[in-house]
Design a protein around this ligand. Structure first.
Ligand code: C2E
Ligand code: MG
Ligand code: MG
Ligand code: MG
Length: 287
């Protein structure tokens, strides 16, 4: 909250706030039209199981290509869509698109990849959320066991929201904690929260080669996952050294630029037939 402060810093703060509100409203107005104008798009980033040597799933990531302003990052417009009450509509659009896309991939190959969709904690406040999810699964024909929802705990989770996660879990949907170890996600939540997977945040991965503390943190989180019998995946993996360290320490699922960048759906077919052997050469060297 704004504290009354002396002189210029107070008015400077207000100016900043006013500017922020104008930008927010402007972006909100544009966002409302974005869906109709087909400016939103979903890209997909493969998730690799290094021990299997294959792609096992993909994460759906939202993109906004604004006609005049160009590319706008989801890290910027998702928080604004949450504040302006537009996240329910946008989130539903992403979930529907991602489930239909995955069903289409299932229909034209024997691969059974799973689809991970980011869900904002705010969406869990919508009384109809579970019914919307059931309807999307029915309409797309995708089996619930291939759907995973990634939740970032950037706000502390309420009991009612936790209850919604339990209902989703009962449908057979997997739940993963995104950006684990940052924000509010804590050990006590893992006890109450019907989680199936932890996503190791990329901020820890970045320090693998240089920071002993990051290496220790990664090892600690992997042992937590093992203790709670949860799956674990590392995100933001960019180098062979990072991948090697992770796999050696028991995290075999990896997502990051080292393997693939998020891509348009038409490029998935080529990605699936790509040989991953060269990128997994570190496995042979360490074993
Ligand atoms: P996230 O779910 O933690 O997604 C990971 C982010 O890291 C993505 O950024 C991805 O493109 C990026 N990334 C993946 N591999 C690498 C790598 O090797 N190096 C680096 N430096 N980055 C990598 P993106 O696509 O910009 O998304 C940012 C955030 O926006 C996501 O973080 C997620 O919290 C949110 N978001 C994206 N799409 C949706 C959506 O449909 N719904 C909601 N609620 N949030 C979304
Ligand atoms: Mg995510
Ligand atoms: Mg996130
Ligand atoms: Mg993340």
């Amino acid at each position: 909250m704004a504290k009354k402060e002396s002189g210029s810093s107070y008015s400077f703060f207000n100016q900043q706030m006013a500017m922020h509100s104008i930008l927010k409203l402007e972006m909100g107005n544009h966002l409302r039209e974005a869906l109709d104008r087909n400016e939103l798009e979903i890209v997909y980033q493969p998730q690799i199981d290094c021990l299997k040597g294959t792609i096992v799933g993909v994460e759906a990531l939202l993109r906004w290509n604004h006609t005049t302003k160009g590319y706008i990052s989801p890290a910027d417009f998702i928080p604004i869509s949450e504040e302006l009450g537009m996240i329910d509509a946008i989130g539903e659009w992403v979930l529907r698109g991602a489930c239909h896309q995955m069903k289409a991939w299932h229909s034209d190959s024997d691969e059974r990849l799973s689809i991970s969709v980011n869900i904002s904690v705010k969406q869990l406040n919508d009384d109809r959320f579970v019914d919307k999810v059931i309807a999307i699964l029915e309409q797309s024909g995708l089996e619930a066991k291939y759907l995973e929802m990634e939740i970032t705990e950037n706000v502390a989770m309420q009991d009612e929201q936790m209850e919604v996660l339990h209902k989703l879990r009962q449908l057979g949907i997997s739940i993963s904690v995104d950006d684990f170890g940052t924000h509010y996600s804590s050990l006590s939540y893992l006890k109450r929260f019907p989680v199936t997977k932890i996503k190791l945040d990329q901020s820890f991965i970045r320090g693998v080669q240089t920071e002993a503390k990051d290496r220790d943190m990664i090892k600690a989180i992997i042992s937590v996952a093992n203790a709670f019998q949860l799956q674990i995946i590392a995100e933001g993996v960019e180098t062979e050294e990072q991948a090697d360290f992770l796999v050696t320490n028991g995290c075999s699922q990896i997502q990051g630029y080292y393997f693939f960048r998020p891509m348009r759906p038409e490029h998935m077919h080529a990605a699936l037939s790509e040989r991953l052997q060269d990128k997994l050469a570190f496995l042979a060297a360490t074993s």
